[in-house]
Design a protein around this ligand. Structure first.
Ligand code: PLP
Length: 234
């Protein structure tokens, strides 16, 4: 214990970050081995939402290259302030239609394409995108229902510049993650009847990345397990 109190907005020290990162990397390697997979085939995106840009710099010093943000208002200035960093930026939050054109300017990959109205504003020079599935059965939290997936896939693949990489999903609260991710993998087979190269799976967060790796995750979106608790959003 440190004698000084930690304010809710303070970030982790670099040694604390390095420790948690090593633990998560070890757990990813274990899960990959259990799944008979090469850990190098799995990209770990550190979700840095609500954290200051300095935390991203610290993580970059520790060798991380992929970072995820979920809110446009926060992400735009943060990413601009880190322009010197060699990083790949992933947008993982709900995209507001009137902000989509701006979001595509400053990120490399968008994980949350979930409706056709986003496609025209997202058109342009090449961007990798994931189609976000909603498996909660409760519309409104983001994601396309499985019934709408193939139509969205066709429309996205037909949009200039958009490269469909695969599917993104969040296991609904209370659901068994392994079952949810198995369903995502099944739907990935369907997606590949439309876009044969769209074999990536953006599944797995701090609490369920092991299950995601066992079901074929290629992109993990891990926040708190690496960063520690998020500061309260302002
Ligand atoms: C915040 C967030 C994450 C990371 O969550 P943790 O539980 O902190 O790992 C992953 N995916 C999405 C879509 C998020 O919004």
């Amino acid at each position: 214990m440190t004698p000084t109190s930690i304010s809710p907005t303070s970030s982790s020290s670099v040694p604390e970050l390095a420790d948690r990162l090593a633990t998560v990397r070890g757990a990813i390697a274990d899960a990959a081995r259990d799944a008979g997979r090469d850990p190098a085939s799995i990209t770990t995106i550190v979700v840095t939402k609500f954290h200051p840009a300095s935390l991203v710099s610290d993580l970059a010093d520790l060798g991380m290259r992929d970072f995820g943000e979920s809110r446009h208002q926060e992400a735009e200035p943060k990413i601009a302030s880190l322009a010197r960093l060699e990083a790949t930026w992933h947008f993982i939050g709900q995209v507001q239609s009137n902000k989509a054109r701006q979001v595509r300017q400053y990120v490399d990959v968008i994980h949350s394409v979930d409706r056709e109205s986003l496609l025209a504003p997202l058109a342009g020079d090449p961007r990798d995108v994931f189609l976000q599935l909603d498996l909660s059965g409760q519309p409104g939290r983001g994601g396309v229902a499985p019934e709408g997936l193939l139509a969205l896939a066709e429309a996205t693949a037909g949009t200039p510049g958009l490269v469909v990489r695969g599917l993104m999903a969040v296991a609904p609260l209370g659901a068994e993650p392994r079952r949810v991710f198995a369903r995502v993998r099944e739907l990935s087979d369907d997606l590949r009847t439309i876009v044969p190269t769209a074999d990536a799976l953006s599944i797995g967060m701090s609490g369920d990345f092991r299950e995601a790796i066992l079901e074929g995750a290629t992109h993990l979106r891990i926040g708190t397990a690496i960063t520690g608790n998020r500061p309260t959003p302002v």
